[in-house]
Ligand binder design. Sequence first.
Ligand SMILES: Nc1ncnc2c1ncn2[C@@H]1O[C@H](COP(=O)(O)OP(=O)(O)OP(=O)(O)O)[C@@H](O)[C@H]1O
Ligand SMILES: [Mg+2]
Length: 244
Amino acid sequence: MPMLTVSGLTKRFGALRAVNNVSFDVDGGEILGLIGPNGSGKSTTFNCIAGLYAPDAGTIAFEGAEISGLPPYRICHKGIARTFQIPRPFHNLSLLENVALSAFFGRDRAVTQKAAWDYAEEALAMVGLPTDARVTTDGLGAAALKKLELARALATQPRLLLADESLNGLDHTEMEQAADMLQRIRREKGITIVWVEHIMGVLMRVVDRVVVLDHGEVIFAGAPKEAQENARVVEVYLGSEAVA
Ligand SMILES: Nc1ncnc2c1ncn2[C@@H]1O[C@H](COP(=O)(O)OP(=O)(O)OP(=O)(O)O)[C@@H](O)[C@H]1O
Ligand SMILES: [Mg+2]
């Protein structure tokens, strides 16, 4: 049984079908790339899975149980965490406090203060940010803010991570580091990952499969190599020169 099954998912904004009858599975242990042009429905799909939006139609099953329509905190308690495309940390709190706060609202609801701090230290170490309680968000660049966003998600102790990252503003080395980090998260924590990313060279190296969206619909699901050879995927998204 897949870990996550999305069936016939539809989300409308007025007349716009941002997500239109989308179906795909996520298998436990995989890194799945969810890709497509700007506005194709990737973040809206995440928002439906994570409970920020109630779907207009369709079902979402996580580990065999229906979750669509549940509020975000209940979905988080079940073991799904997501990062936001635009990081919005609490700027008046330290990095450690930002991440510890997530732990209090995560899968382990009996978390003690000590355990929350331990989870936060572990998550910060995993993404390579300082665990010193005095370090604040002042002066953090795009790459560090993305890492903090990831640490906040990890501190909820998820089984499934939805990583919404457009790595705008990162240089090539930082992009490669972000990809390595996701692989390490899977390897060391056993966390299944759905990764939204626009930099194809980096994404294709890391993912086991890709699902491609266009105008809210799935136009391809399969191996990265086959996606790169698929005429429709190349036409609507990759372009003939985009895949390095
Ligand atoms: N809250 C909203 N209200 C109205 N329209 C929205 C809302 N959120 C998204 N949309 C629209 O739904 C469509 C899908 O948007 P979505 O953010 O899911 O795309 P995306 O694939 O994540 O794009 P990007 O790669 O730019 O992040 C777009 O046309 C967008 O303008
Ligand atoms: Mg998006």
